[in-house]
Design a protein around this ligand. Structure first.
Ligand SMILES: Cc1cc2nc3c(=O)[nH]c(=O)nc-3n(C[C@H](O)[C@H](O)[C@H](O)COP(=O)(O)OP(=O)(O)OC[C@H]3O[C@@H](n4cnc5c(N)ncnc54)[C@H](O)[C@@H]3O)c2cc1C
Length: 489
């Protein structure tokens, strides 16, 4: 089955594109037919487009953080994998940095991770085809967004095992960072549920890799922060799901009790989804809420009393409702729509996420929230939920050295567009990060924390020599994904 998305996301400027014909190393610029340069090198023929208009370059210098802005020389909107191969080969030859970016609504990174100063941004939304939906997997272009895949699979009773809270994220983007959600306690990360990857290497070659074929490349690229190759297509796992979601919430008195119940539920597998949220209050306290979901068939709802039995929430705070499964997966859509109207969607988002060791998590979270006023979270919320280390197989996603990790996310929405406010919140993230390291935690590599080279070495810890060795094998000229700032030269 071949399903073509109707979305094409180029020509954001609205202006007619001027064909780019050449690159001038001396001018460090892409040239159109009206430009002249003695050292002009013709660019290869492309199926898609190379955009050099200032508005297109400005769009590629922005992300959901609105904190960092690095302008590329050009934006490639590929119409084929071959376009990416040719562009990467060309850039490697001329030492131009290449940053893959999910450009729809700008990238959802918040600290310039997909930007490429004076380089080439590849707008992965140009590759947006769902190639096949099979009984146990789907083959999709990297620019397909998770909600687009779900719209095709849910009518067939199938879903990817793990979904992020926001499903308007690109498949290539979340496979590159990890992809965590309320199904992670049972199924691991999205990067643990990919079966095969098509990767354009830093040489511009196309490789197909999996756990059994070219496994070194496969294990480098999933969760590899774009450092080892560009994911252009993926075979992602699908599992059978039921069409309805019974959705439970209840309030907890403290983080330790919340975590203890979440861990018990995780071990028991009672629910299909378990998360925890902290909602900041006007008095700077947090309402701690568990959120659990059981999928079910029409006419066979779960027994609410049995589902909540033995949990230690504050009596009387429990609530339950039923939703179509797609509506539950797309539950952030109304918030996105509302905050686009209020303008908050467009303010800086200096968010940060960490993985804490379970033994330290309750104390660390309580003490961090005690010094985090509501204004520092804004729309928020805070996320708190555990998952087992054993489910995470992607080697370059460092976790604490304990069997259970706890996701702790400060999903900050800045109260204004003032860059000084965002800078202050990014500095606060750094303070929290240093505390996280002291208790043996790790950063989830999305969001806004300023890191130097030494921080990245500490981040990968015992895995650093392997990470470096793979970089030297797969991207020795350090062309790929400069916006992560791991190799800043
Ligand atoms: C509202 C909101 C909710 C979110 N909820 C969750 C959540 O529940 N769980 C979670 O895990 N994350 C969540 N995220 C974070 C999200 O996973 C990251 O922002 C991630 O970067 C994916 O976004 P993207 O598809 O826009 O990728 P981008 O931000 O464009 O890319 C992420 C990184 O991967 C690189 N990259 C992108 N595409 C490719 C590719 N094809 N090949 C190689 N490298 C590539 C980029 O250069 C960049 O370094 C959320 C983000 C937002 C804004």
């Amino acid at each position: 089955m071949t399903i073509r998305s109707t979305r094409r996301a180029f020509l954001r400027s609205g202006a007619a594109a001027v064909p780019v014909l050449a690159f001038s190393p001396s001018a460090n610029a892409w040239l159109s037919c009206s430009d002249a340069a003695a050292d002009a090198i013709a660019i290869p023929d492309l199926d898609g487009e190379l955009l050099t208009d200032p508005a297109d370059r400005a769009a590629a210098a922005d992300d959901w953080g609105h904190i960092v802005s690095e302008t590329p020389l050009a934006v490639l909107v590929p119409a084929s994998i071959d376009d990416i191969r040719k562009a990467v080969k060309f850039c490697r030859q001329h030492c131009i940095k290449v940053g893959p970016m999910s450009m729809v609504g700008n990238s959802h990174s918040t600290q310039g991770q997909s930007q490429a100063r004076c380089g080439l941004v590849i707008d992965m939304s140009g590759l947006s085809e769902i190639h096949a939906i099979n009984p146990g997997d789907a083959v999709v272009d990297a620019g397909v967004r998770w909600f687009e895949l779900l719209q095709q699979t849910l009518p067939l009773g199938k879903s990817p095992p793990v979904l992020t809270d926001h499903i308007d994220l690109s498949i290539g983007g979340t496979l590159s960072v990890g992809g965590i959600g309320g199904q992670t306690p049972q199924h691991g990360l999205q990067a643990d549920n990919v079966l095969e990857l098509w990767v354009v290497t830093a040489d511009g070659d196309l490789e197909v890799c999996s756990p059994t074929s070219k496994a070194t490349l496969f294990n480098s690229v999933r969760g590899g922060l774009g450092q080892f190759g560009i994911i252009v297509k993926a075979r992602v796992k699908l599992i059978a799901v039921k069409p309805l979601a019974r959705h439970y919430t209840a309030v907890y008195a403290d983080v330790a009790t919340l975590l203890a119940d979440q861990v018990a539920l995780m071990n028991e597998g009672r629910f299909d989804y378990v998360e925890g949220l902290g909602f900041p209050q006007p008095d700077d306290s947090y309402v701690l809420t568990i959120e659990c979901v059981k999928y079910f068939d029409e006419g066979a709802p779960p027994d609410d009393a049995a589902m909540l039995a033995g949990l230690n929430f504050i009596p009387g705070t429990e609530a339950a409702d039923t939703q179509p499964l797609y509506d539950f997966f797309d539950r952030l859509a109304p918030i996105v729509a509302f905050t686009k109207i209020t303008g908050e969607w467009y303010l800086p988002h200096p968010l940060t996420d960490f993985f804490l060791p379970l033994s330290e998590a309750a104390d660390f979270i309580e003490s961090t929230l005690a010094v985090t006023p509501a204004i520092d979270i804004g729309y928020g919320p805070v996320l708190i939920y555990p998952f087992p280390r054993s489910k995470v197989t992607a080697p370059f996603i460092p976790l604490p050295n304990e069997p259970v990790s706890v996701l702790f996310s400060l999903l900050r929405w800045a109260p204004s567009a003032d860059p000084a406010v965002a800078a202050d919140l990014v500095a606060k993230n750094r303070e929290v990060y240093e505390g996280v390291r002291e208790v043996g935690g790790k950063r989830y590599s999305i969001g806004s924390v300023e890191l130097d080279f030494g921080d990245w070495i500490l981040h990968y810890g015992a895995r650093w020599p392997q990470f470096l060795a793979r970089k030297l094998i797969f991207d020795p000229k350090n062309t790929l994904t400069p916006g992560q700032g791991i190799f800043p030269w």
